[in-house]
Design a protein around this ligand. Structure first.
Ligand code: IYR
Length: 229
């Protein structure tokens, strides 16, 4: 079908069509998608095997299709492969994490993390072939130095990260949503402008050939779905 362009109150709109399915096909497709998404796991043991940069570009293109407040797309994806920069990031992250695990995190928090067996050491920051550091743009900075407001920035960037994780899973790779805290060292190390704040640090790669993940249960539907008829 040809795309039709029309102006609505002077603003350009294009016709949109989307492939639709019968109820039966929808049930099957949504079940198949669930069964495949359900296999995604956060992984902390990476192989150092290289991956093509084209994959990184494609998954970031996918992430960047996420909806955002007023379509401001308030995100920047920094991709680090340089070994010495990865090392600097590891050193800075481990310094913060050691402090957090030793004194900043509450007893309850440490207890809640026990089943994941995490600690302050972050070797994956050097081993994974790429680190994607997602920055949120608190506001836009125009070339003349003026500021423009962004809206629902956390929601928008969170959605983009969800798309990114699904794209990583689809490519057959694994990732870790790492949140060193505080993470302002990333703004400095990556030389980001004043309007950008680090949001998530995502190592990506193949899983290590012998990888274990915590035996987790996902919540039951009764616990997450409330139906109003
Ligand atoms: N940021 C720390 C601690 C941590 C916190 C949560 I909440 C996790 O789900 C996992 C870890 C770390 O990365 O180790």
């Amino acid at each position: 079908m040809p795309t039709i362009t029309r102006l609505i109150n002077g603003y350009p709109f294009i016709s949109y069509t989307h492939e639709t399915f019968s109820p039966h096909e929808m049930v099957n497709r949504s079940a198949a998608f669930y069964n495949w998404m359900e296999k995604r796991r956060t992984v902390r043991d990476f192989s150092d095997q290289p991956i093509p940069f084209a994959v990184i570009e494609n998954i970031i293109k996918t992430a960047s299709t996420a909806p955002s407040g007023a379509h401001k797309q308030p995100w920047t994806f920094c991709v680090v492969a340089n070994p010495s920069l990865k090392k600097e990031i590891r050193i800075a992250a481990e310094k913060e994490e050691k402090e957090s695990y030793d004194s900043r995190m509450s007893a309850e928090w440490l207890e809640d993390l026990k089943h994941l067996q995490t600690d302050w050491q972050k070797p994956f920051l050097e081993i994974a072939p790429y680190l994607i550091i997602v920055f949120k743009k608190a506001y836009d900075l125009l070339p003349d130095g003026s500021k423009r407001t962004n809206y629902y920035v956390n929601e928008s960037v969170g959605l983009a990260c969800g798309f990114l994780l699904a794209a990583i899973h689809h490519a057959g790779l694994v990732a870790l949503t790492h949140t060193p805290s505080p993470m302002n060292f990333l703004t400095k190390l990556l030389n980001r402008p004043e309007n950008e704040r680090p949001f998530l640090l995502i190592p990506i790669g193949y899983p290590h050939e012998e990888t274990y993940v915590p035996k987790l249960e996902r919540k039951n539907m009764e616990d997450v779905l409330v139906r109003y008829e």
